[in-house]
Design a protein around this ligand. Structure first.
Ligand code: FE2
Ligand code: FE2
Length: 394
């Protein structure tokens, strides 16, 4: 799973570098945050209206199609040494980011399966299978990192990384999108490299075809979960947590009922769909065309074309489950995203310059305002009704 909602920079103290006399990795990486949620609400979800589909998906998970897929072959021997220093640095960054993303998915799914096991065994089993897949993905990436004399200390990461709280509904939106975007990202790279074998800088990419099917199945699980409309909960909580302290009173039951009612208004779903689609797409676009641009170049891909393809496809796929999707075909859509990329480049140049701090902030402000304005206009751009969009796939 690749949660791309918010990026944060973690510093080198959060990872263990095993340096076998080789160049150490860069000190910082862009990595996804780790997430946590309301486990009580999760275990109380009534999914009965879509239980058959969830059971079918769980059966697919049980088959464990990729059980024997992630086995390293002889192609890995000496592959790391073939990379030139620049490509090597870019590629190690990619490995670190991907490994952390996969691992963040593992942690969330594992914790969920553990916490809801008693009351919601079917859901817990699905999460356990997904955790298995993500652990495998993270482990496989970490093995590639050791080819470069590096290793992410996942235990340390687990204990020391900040966890961001998301309510269950937001977790569904965000993880659904990150799984589907992960599927399209992996398959697009795989197909490109299939046509351009000379750009295959590392044997890892040979595994992407089956790998992305895992992500696709994970996405389908969240699709089914959202279709189950978990608006009805078996029992409402009389508890409420404010700033870390928990209060109990029967009245809070009504508060939760009201909250669920608001959350399930069709308008609310539409506004959240637009929010999550935009947040995920804009973050990915800004990052891939910014700091990650060289990585795509090293694979012979144009970051802009690649991202637009992935966004268009993910948007199209999302129409199966979200009531509305973004109008990515409107000329202003990528125009505004490009403006953000341009602003970010100016911002990073200002940050690098040796001028005094106050002056720098003063220079940065209009660019921040411009980014905010572009995002607002993107959010307000009339969405496409999923019913009218891609009728063939619905
Ligand atoms: Fe996944
Ligand atoms: Fe994964």
């Amino acid at each position: 799973m690749k949660l791309m909602m918010a990026q944060s920079t973690i510093d080198s103290k959060n990872k263990k570098l095993i340096n076998n006399g080789k160049a150490p990795a860069k000190e910082t990486i862009l990595s996804p945050r780790f997430y946590t949620t309301d486990f009580e609400a999760m275990e109380n979800m009534d999914l009965s209206i879509n239980e058959d589909e969830l059971e079918a998906i769980c059966e697919e998970f049980r088959k464990d199609y990729n059980r024997h897929h992630f086995v390293r072959n002889s192609e890995f021997e000496g592959a790391a040494e073939k990379l030139d220093p620049d490509t090597r640095e870019i590629f190690v960054d990619f490995l670190e980011g991907s490994c952390t993303s996969e691992f963040s998915g593992f942690l969330l799914y594992k914790e969920l399966s553990k916490r809801i096991k008693a009351k919601n065994p079917l859901l817990a089993e699905c999460f356990a299978h997904m955790a298995r897949d993500e652990a495998r993905h993270a482990g496989f990436l970490n093995k590639s990192m050791s080819d470069f004399g590096l290793q992410l200390d996942l235990g340390f990461l687990t204990a020391n990384k900040d966890y961001t709280y998301f309510p269950p509904r937001s977790i569904f939106y965000a993880t659904y999108l990150s799984e589907k975007i992960g599927y399209w990202r992996y398959i697009a790279i795989y197909r490109h490299l299939e046509k351009n074998p000379d750009s295959k800088i590392f044997p890892l990419f040979n595994y992407f075809k089956n790998w992305c099917q895992d992500e696709n199945r994970h996405g389908d699980f969240f699709d089914a979960l959202m279709k189950a409309q978990p608006r009805t909960v078996k029992s409402l909580s009389q508890k409420i947590t404010i700033g870390g302290s928990t209060f109990t009173h029967p009245l809070f039951d009504y508060f939760h009922r009201f909250r669920y009612f608001l959350n399930n208004l069709p308008l609310t779903s539409k506004l959240w769909s637009r929010f999550f689609l935009l947040a995920v797409f804009a973050t990915m676009y800004a990052r891939d065309l910014g700091v990650k641009k060289d990585f795509y170049n090293s694979l012979g891909l144009d970051a802009r074309d690649y991202d637009q393809y992935v966004i268009n496809k993910t948007n199209e796929t999302s129409a199966r489950v979200f009531p509305v999707v973004l109008n990515v075909h409107n000329k202003s859509f990528y125009g505004r995203l490009d403006k953000i990329v341009e602003n970010n480049e100016i911002l990073s140049n200002i940050a690098k310059s040796s001028e005094n701090k106050v002056y720098k902030t003063f220079k940065k402000l209009p660019k921040y305002l411009s980014n905010g304005y572009q995002l607002l206009r993107l959010y307000l751009l009339k969405p496409l009704d999923s019913k009218d969009f891609q009728p063939a796939i619905r």
